[in-house]
Design a protein around this ligand. Structure first.
Ligand code: CA
Length: 339
């Protein structure tokens, strides 16, 4: 899925605008399903995202005690399930109910819910699905593969999967190789195929480098980029976004998944412009799939629609991670109709 970068040279941008729009339609990546509307990572959220026209369904993956991959964002279960109620004595000393301490059979007994802040029990996003309403359950990655494949067969669409290896360093400390587990699952299903494309994403470079070394270009790899301030691992993202760091990324990845603010910059009082990271990625032919487009936490005076129009219509990025696939699909059509 490597895209030609020849058309993206800044000098040609205005001249080639209609060509750009026709050849580089932004992918809509449903972040944890249509998670603005139904609990993240539930099969219901994925079904809704599929129906809303998403091109890719995105699961975060963690491993169970018995080495199954499940769709879960946190390493622990308490923010999105009733684990504390069902298995009250299974927390570690830090209070966390780690998925890796539970078997798949145990995790299947849990009910999933809209995300809460564990300290307060209050909804992270109060405007979303009510906490505790409905009966949702944790989805195994194999199940999501079959679900997507069958929906594609039934509809004739070619929706893909976009799995993320969550916290590879942590999994290694637990004696588990999550990158290898993901690749095994995909190979067991003979993926990717033209009908069910795959991107593999990771915040840590090592699993991607290893997958690339072992499997060459079979899998399209996306290097996620965070901020060092988030303190989520030992990766130096400042070094990664330097010209040298990004050239290294281009050796194994087809693209980057940065937080969207990293693709823009501005001097005081000046309008926003594409950042050095944006320009360098274009030069290297790296696709850009920024995250996360949702109504919550927007920059001041900005709507989700305006932000999507900027990234899809003006920056022509190759994909967006969004909690609102319906809005992204709609803005993509509006932008295309204007060009
Ligand atoms: Ca993710």
């Amino acid at each position: 899925m490597r895209r030609s970068n020849a058309l993206f040279l800044p000098l040609l941008l205005s001249l080639w605008l209609p060509v750009l729009a026709a050849s580089a339609e932004s992918l809509v990546i449903a972040h944890r399903g249509a998670s603005a509307y139904l609990p993240e990572h539930s099969l219901e959220a994925y079904a809704l995202a599929y129906g809303q026209g998403a091109d890719f369904l995105e699961p975060d993956l963690v491993m169970t005690a018995d080495d199954h991959l499940i769709a879960l964002h946190d390493l622990t279960l308490e923010a999105t399930t009733n684990v504390a109620e069902l298995f009250p004595d299974r927390a570690r000393a830090d209070g966390g109910f780690y998925a890796v301490d539970f078997t798949l059979a145990e995790i299947r007994q849990l009910t999933m819910q809209e995300r809460v802040e564990p300290a307060s029990g209050q909804a992270r996003y109060p405007e979303r699905w009510p906490v505790g309403a409905g009966r949702f359950r944790v989805v195994e990655f194999n199940e999501l593969i079959e679900f997507t494949r069958e929906l594609n067969r039934a509809t004739g669409r070619r929706v893909g999967l976009y799995p993320e290896t969550k916290a590879p360093q942590f999994h290694a400390e637990q004696g588990k190789d999550i990158g290898a587990a993901l690749v095994s699952a995909l190979l067991a299903h003979e993926l990717p195929t033209e009908d069910l494309p795959i991107f593999i994403q990771s915040f840590e470079p090592e699993p991607l480098i290893e997958i690339h070394a072992a499997h060459g270009d079979r899998f399209d790899l996306i290097q996620l980029i965070g901020l060092n301030d988030w303190d989520m691992n030992t990766v130096d993202y400042s070094a990664m976004v330097s010209a040298e760091g990004l050239s290294r990324v281009a050796e194994y990845a087809v693209g980057i998944g940065p937080v969207f603010s990293l693709l823009l910059e501005a001097d005081a009082g000046e309008p926003l412009r594409p950042s050095a990271l944006f320009r360098k990625s274009r030069e290297l032919g790296l696709a850009m799939h920024p995250y996360t487009f949702r109504r919550e936490g927007l920059p001041p005076e900005t709507s989700l629609e305006a932000l999507l129009d900027l990234f899809i219509g003006e920056l022509h990025i190759e994909g967006v991670f969004t909690d609102n696939p319906d809005v992204a699909v709609q803005r993509r059509s509006v932008v295309a109709a204007q060009e």
